[in-house]
Ligand binder design. Structure first.
Ligand code: SF4
Length: 147
């Protein structure tokens, strides 16, 4: 008899677990440096933007959707493969919960501030096998001191 809480391979969802018409399950990739230095406390801008379906999340206005994971890029010393490795680990973790990801958003922090964003985004696009959307919230002011 199978022990309670012991997952066996047949418990895991297939690779194509996310079906059309299902709730859209979203993961976000964020900047490790900003995150580690607490310059984005609580990931609040992304989460509020998603809650309000604003910014790049406005596409989910008429769709059932949920954020299932937020992970960071792995840091400035790494390369695009660090984010790819994080994605692979995220998939394993979600599989154990019988979940998966249908779309990955690249955080506005990466889009605005990362000098390696092109490398990270192309590595992720090449390897993710899901839709990749560049951006999350649009709450950043265009300039620091200007209006
Ligand atoms: S590589 Fe880019 S996204 Fe990653 S920590 Fe450095 S600045 Fe942030």
């Amino acid at each position: 008899m199978k022990k309670k809480n012991n997952l066996s391979p047949e418990d895991l969802p297939p690779a194509n677990f996310h079906q059309e018409g299902d709730m859209k399950r979203i993961a976000i990739l964020k900047c490790s440096m900003l995150s580690n230095q607490n310059l984005c406390p609580g990931d609040a801008k992304c989460l509020v933007s998603f809650m309000r379906k604003e910014g790049e999340f406005d596409r989910y206005k008429n769709e059932d959707s949920a954020i299932v994971g937020i992970m960071d890029c792995g840091g400035c010393e790494g390369n695009g493969n660090r984010a790819v490795a994080s994605l692979a680990l995220l998939k394993l973790q979600l599989a154990a919960l019988k979940e998966n990801v249908g779309v990955l958003h690249i955080g506005t922090c990466i889009m605005k501030f990362c000098k390696r964003k092109d490398e990270i985004i192309s590595a992720v696009k090449e390897n993710a096998g899901i839709e990749v959307i560049e951006g999350t919230h649009k709450y950043s002011a265009p300039t620091i001191f200007g209006s």
